[in-house]
Design a protein around this ligand. Structure first.
Ligand SMILES: Nc1nc2c(c(=O)[nH]1)N[C@H]1C(S)=C(S)[C@@H](COP(=O)(O)OP(=O)(O)OC[C@H]3O[C@@H](n4cnc5c(N)ncnc54)[C@H](O)[C@@H]3O)O[C@H]1N2
Ligand code: MOO
Length: 405
């Protein structure tokens, strides 16, 4: 098994082990957050017909050539077209039709003028300046042409994608099935919810936090509870989890302590080891293996270390399984607003608050950075990527930041 490998190599090993899950058809509102499995071509143009962007009059530009303040063009209004309706007649020379925003341009008309720029007297409307043909007209297909590929496989369905699909008359979407992620924690010290807090014990925070991270990444969490630090129990848990999930993630028991039995249990469950320990902090002791085309990942028990390793290694795998083209969070260059004393032999991800200030990003480390401290992940919105061997970060220095929220 590879040991102490660089982050990028660990990530590549994991990504190489997975492929997007199968395609399913779902009702459009249920596709939110999933990735499109197929390209989408437009069955009709958008908008489907020439229409008015204004409440006003549809007319023939040629009738207004000689119009002026003193000598307005006088046109006879023959009917009014409301959105959702079509004109009964044609705009003949010397006539106009009232038209509402979104109504189709009537035959014969080639331009639209808004109400405010006209005067109405009985069935006559006065125009005070010449109009150009096409003025005030929205053309069929100006947004999307019929047959055009508007969306491609791998696009994540968000509000805009949902609206576009709906405008094209789609009621279902072909998407990738969302990955089901079996989660369990290990540790004799962990209390279940509603248990009284007793000396030496702590509440299990990793399991709910990881379930939320799975959701954020577009997966379906299957929280499996906590296991005591016993190899046989953890082995059986991994075997069961392999039957119901696409990916298995545990926390705790991956370091070098006497009861750090997850690695041993993985091997006993027949999981092929891929790597143990990766070259970054916090989260170094991560272990990863593969069985039946599924990854089994053991994260550190330390809450912040577990969540950060999830972001760096598990999230991209979940995005790939879910078929998303975008598997990475955005990275930006930020300037340190203050110094940060801790730099070391290992690459380090520092929880930080990154804000846009005066034309650039400014970074400020977010509180306590120890691997078990949770508040700095809540207060922070970014991880600063401090290279291995880098000394303390100086005020004003540029640093790369991953935006995590
Ligand atoms: N002798 C050494 N000791 C440690 C080393 C080392 O290299 N040599 N590495 C340290 C580092 S770095 C880390 S990270 C941790 C990783 O330990 P484990 O992954 O084996 O995690 P545990 O020991 O089970 O737990 C660590 C810590 O986190 C708490 N914890 C665990 N699970 C949960 C949970 N579900 N919810 C909330 N908190 C949890 C646990 O109580 C411990 O405090 O090892 C270091 N040791
Ligand atoms: O690798 Mo440990 O996660 O630094 O705390």
């Amino acid at each position: 098994m590879r040991q102490m490998i660089p982050l990028e190599e660990a990530r590549q090993i994991m990504l190489d082990a997975v492929r997007p899950l199968e395609t399913i058809k779902v009702d459009l509102p249920d596709a939110f957050g999933m990735a499109l499995a197929e390209d989408v071509t437009a069955p009709h143009p958008l908008p489907p017909f020439d229409r008015s962007p204004l409440d006003g009059y549809a007319l023939r530009a040629a009738d207004t050539v000689a119009a002026g303040r003193e000598h307005p063009a006088a046109l006879t209004v023959t009917e009014t077209i409301y959105a959702g309706h079509t004109a009964k007649g044609t705009v003949e020379p010397g006539t106009a039709m009232g038209i509402m925003t979104g109504a189709p341009l009537p035959p014969g008309a080639d331009c639209v003028i808004r109400f405010e720029d006209t005067r109405r007297e009985g069935n006559q409307v006065y125009i005070f300046s010449p109009l150009q043909p096409e003025q005030g007209v929205i053309h069929a297909g100006e947004d999307v042409a019929a047959g055009e590929t508007v969306l491609t496989a791998g696009v994540t369905v968000d509000a805009g994608v949902t609206g576009l699909l709906a405008a094209l008359g789609q009621t279902r979407a072909a998407v990738r099935r969302q990955p089901r992620v079996a989660l369990f924690s290990t540790g004799d010290e962990l209390l279940e919810p509603y248990s009284p807090l007793v000396p030496g014990r702590i509440y299990n925070s990793n399991l709910p936090a990881l379930a939320a991270q799975v959701r954020e990444a577009g997966g379906i969490p299957l929280p499996g509870g906590n296991r005591p630090d016993q190899t046989a129990l953890i082995t059986a848990t991994i075997e069961q989890a392999l039957k119901v999930s696409d990916l298995i993630v545990s926390t705790g028991g991956v370091s070098v302590g006497e009861r750090d039995v997850v690695k041993e249990a993985m091997e006993a469950a027949g999981v092929e080891p891929l790597f143990w320990r990766a070259g970054f902090k916090p989260g170094t002791p991560v272990v990863c293996g593969r069985k039946d085309g599924r990854l089994v990942v053991g994260l550190s028990g330390n809450p912040a270390a577990a969540m950060i390793t999830f972001i760096l290694l598990v999230r991209p795998v979940l995005r790939r399984l879910g078929g998303h083209r975008e598997i990475d969070l955005p990275r930006v260059q930020a300037r340190m607003a203050v110094g940060f004393p801790k730099g070391g032999r290992q690459r380090r991800f520092v929880r930080a608050v990154v804000r846009w200030r005066d034309g650039g990003y400014l970074a400020r480390p977010a509180g306590l950075q120890s691997p078990g401290a949770m508040r700095s992940l809540v207060e922070g919105n970014a991880l600063l990527d401090v290279p291995a061997g880098h000394g303390p970060l100086k005020e004003g220095e540029m640093v790369e930041a991953i935006l995590i929220k």
